[in-house]
Design a protein around this ligand. Structure first.
Ligand SMILES: NC(=O)c1ccc[n+]([C@@H]2O[C@H](COP(=O)([O-])OP(=O)(O)OC[C@H]3O[C@@H](n4cnc5c(N)ncnc54)[C@H](O)[C@@H]3O)[C@@H](O)[C@H]2O)c1
Length: 257
């Protein structure tokens, strides 16, 4: 392995962005955007290094706020949209499946289903997509008295709980990043909820896609309930507004210089 030899980026298959300053996340409202004041200054530098060195592989973003940073990377590098992905709610979906598995005393790997939208506070569990024990979880919830909203909240808060305990999170997100990277390197064509550009929402957000050597090789179309569709629109609008604000800020800064 060679460290810090940027010229090798030309031959790189995958670059993972995990830069950050995670201590900034320590805010009362646990907002992943708290870190943005740092990451928005670094991402353009990394993007420039990728472009200057002829990187033309797949880019996996872990850096927060994940969906906005993934969008910034795509715009700044000019790479095809399907070659730039964020780990998004891959991690949050795993947390949700773990909570459902615990509640039903089933291995979380036997639970399928997705958290959608922003890797942040506007994400939600699309319960209509969750199946376990051969049934939709909504049916099992009625039969066995599961409180889905409580499971959802515990999954959403999962990252903060780990953060409060250790002041960083590592294993979960690293597992998600490795899974996504391996899907590219092995051309696995695995279906996973990653941050990918969805034309109909006009933004990067987490929605299941098939990932292989060419990045996002197919996008799924879920039969969401009207309520879930509305939540996804709200999440998309939030991401777009934050990105727009950042682009305006960067433009004003450039004009002032
Ligand atoms: N998407 C997710 O699911 C998820 C989960 C956990 C953490 N994160 C994010 O991942 C990022 C990293 O988290 P962490 O806990 O490792 O943070 P950290 O603060 O412990 O480490 C960040 C590292 O990035 C380095 N860095 C900063 N600017 C750089 C640059 N321009 N080039 C190269 N390296 C640079 C720093 O020197 C530091 O070593 C953060 O943005 C964090 O919020 C995302």
């Amino acid at each position: 392995m060679t460290v810090n030899d940027a010229s090798q980026l030309r031959d790189c298959d995958v670059v993972v962005s995990a830069l950050g300053e995670s201590k900034l996340v320590d805010t009362p409202d646990h907002d992943r955007f708290a870190e943005f004041k740092f990451t928005r200054t670094q991402v353009p530098l990394v993007a420039k290094m990728l472009v200057d060195n002829g990187f033309h592989g797949k880019l996996v973003d872990v850096t927060n706020p994940c969906d906005v940073i993934t969008s910034m990377y795509q715009k700044l590098t000019g790479l095809p949209k399907e070659h730039v992905m964020g780990t998004g709610t891959l991690l949050d979906s795993a947390r949700m499946r773990a909570r459902v598995g615990e509640a039903l005393k089933v291995d979380s790997r036997s639970v399928v289903g997705f958290n959608l939208g922003e890797h942040g506070n506007s994400q939600f569990t699309a319960w209509s997509t969750v199946r376990v024990l051969g049934k939709p979880v909504t049916e099992l919830a009625e039969e066995r008295g599961l409180k889905l909203s409580e499971l959802e909240e515990r999954a959403r808060q999962g990252g903060y709980l780990v953060y409060q305990g250790k002041k960083y999170t590592n294993y979960g997100v690293a597992t998600a990043a490795v899974r996504l990277t391996n899907a590219v390197l092995n051309d696995a064509r695995t279906e996973m909820p990653v941050s990918n550009y969805r034309e109909e929402y006009g933004t990067y957000l987490s929605y299941p896609a098939v990932v292989g050597r060419d990045g996002v090789v197919e996008q799924l179309h879920l039969d969401l309930t009207p309520e879930e569709e509305a939540k996804l629109e709200t999440s998309a609008t939030y991401i777009k507004e934050r990105l727009k604000k950042e682009e305006e800020r960067a433009n004003n800064l450039a004009q002032a210089e």
